[in-house]
Write a protein that binds this ligand. Structure first.
Ligand code: PLP
Length: 442
């Protein structure tokens, strides 16, 4: 009898047979409130009827249209539609399947485009598990140990993780930017540095939103040295944080004004072109297609044009069924105002997590942005407490609430519900969370 490889590590014992909205069901019919959304993937909830319908229709028409052999209508339509939500100027798209492949594609592109070899990443980063992406990953040695030699030419600069550094957010930004300048002065000469890869919200590294000023500081240095700025929004993008892209929080506008969504440009509430933080390359995946494997990198046509035709490709990239799911996802996000909902429910969730933490001395920090929210567990001496995090996460699963750990020490428990989550479901999750925290703290 064959079996699943033990190289996979399971976060919960659940065997799912069905999903609907915020819920997963096992074979016995037990219902679980899914606040993992398959690591931030099922943005419209499990099996959203619109996505299911689009996928069914597409599967009956064209399942595979290999994009270096033929083009297909879903790919062309999706490319046009993504233009409605991408930052101004990022009008050229390349598609792959997983997030890690898109990161590889971005790495190839920045090296091709600049003729430079080095890239800079930030402490706690997670960019994927293939060898290039793993070489850019510093969210834990668990992702790197034993597989070397890794891809050379990667330098690591500090991330402004204020809580971990024991600094205020402003101090953390100053510390991180000074550290970056030192990396450029000591390790990776600007003339040899192709790009900086950064997550606007550290994901696997512990759910740390970059405090304001950091991304702008990176942009300034990128402009000064001719270095490209690559934003990895694989986990933080596609509406999850309450803006269409998490980096849009960096814009000079105050929070709480018109949130970005699919029709932002048409309704004129977007930034005027060119204003705000400008990435050179944006990486997206996960929530893009509500569960179908699809990823993309976006850059200007000029930048993409610096690589040559045939320098990127793949058998499955831009799969028609995945593209149909992405088109349906864009429709659902807009029509059900899910980016706005992510902002609203995210605030409710964060407030509730703070209230639970107030009565739980083991929870040393609560943070997040929109529907990326997390609680960090520490011992009384301030050291990371991964055992407590694991106990609470397991207790939550026993109570019917599915959650995932993260953080460089795995002492953070994150909540990433689908963007269709309701206030009632947030409250239900918080109730279960409070019970799990009580059970796990004993
Ligand atoms: N980049 C970020 C920020 C991620 O969070 C992830 C996955 O968690 C990846 C890249 C890799 O994506 P995938 O697992 O689809 O390869």
């Amino acid at each position: 009898m064959s079996q699943l490889s033990p190289v996979l590590k399971q976060a919960t014992p659940v065997v799912a047979v069905r999903g609907e909205g915020l819920h997963l069901y096992d074979a016995g019919g037990r219902r679980y409130l899914d606040f993992t959304s398959g690591v931030g993937v099922t943005s419209t909830g499990h099996c959203h009827p619109r996505v299911v319908e689009a996928v069914r229709e597409q599967a009956g028409r064209l399942i595979h249209g290999q994009y270096t052999t033929v083009l297909h209508d879903r790919l062309l339509t999706l490319t046009e539609r993504l233009g409605e939500v991408l930052p101004p100027g990022l009008d050229s798209l390349f598609y792959a399947t997983a997030g890690t492949e898109a990161v590889e594609a971005a790495l190839r592109l920045v090296r091709h485009a600049t003729g430079r070899q080095n890239v800079i990443v930030f402490e706690g980063s997670f960019h994927g598990r293939t060898m290039g992406a793993a070489s850019l990953t510093t969210a834990g040695t668990r992702f790197r140990a034993g597989i070397g030699p890794l891809v050379p030419g990667v330098a690591v600069a500090p991330f402004p993780a204020a809580f971990r550094l024991g600094l205020s957010e402003d101090e953390a930004v100053e510390h991180a930017l000074r550290g970056l300048d030192e990396v450029l002065a000591t390790v990776s000469a600007p003339a040899e540095t192709a790009a900086m890869f950064v997550e606007p919200v550290l994901g696997e590294g512990g759910y740390v939103p970059a405090p304001r000023g950091f991304l702008t500081g990176l942009r300034e240095r990128a402009d000064r040295h001719g270095i490209l700025l690559v934003l990895d929004e694989v986990q933080s993008g596609f509406g999850r944080t309450g803006r269409f892209w998490a980096h849009q929080y960096e814009d000079a506008r105050p929070n709480g004004d018109a949130h970005q969504h699919g029709d932002a440009h048409q309704h004129g509430d977007a930034r005027p072109n060119g204003e705000g933080l400008r990435p050179d390359v944006l990486i997206t995946a996960k929530g893009l297609a509500s569960g179908f494997p699809l990823s993309a990198i976006a850059a200007s046509a000029e930048l993409m044009g610096r690589a040559w035709p045939g320098s990127q490709g793949g058998t499955y990239g831009g799969n028609p069924v995945a593209c149909a799911a992405a088109l349906a996802t864009l429709d659902v996000l807009r029509e059900e105002r899910l980016v706005e909902n992510a902002a609203e429910q995210g605030e409710r969730l964060l407030a509730g997590l703070r209230a639970v933490a107030a009565g739980a001395p083991g929870i040393a920090d609560v943070r997040g942005l929109g529907l990326m929210a997390a609680s960090e567990f520490c011992r009384p001496d301030g050291s990371p407490d991964p055992e407590a995090a694991r106990r609470v996460q397991q207790a939550a699963a026993e109570h019917g609430l599915l959650l995932l750990p993260c953080g460089i020490h795995l002492n953070v428990v994150r909540m990433i519900p689908a963007l269709v989550v309701t206030a009632g479901q947030v409250d239900e999750a918080l109730e279960l969370w409070a019970k799990a925290v009580a059970a796990g703290s004993r």
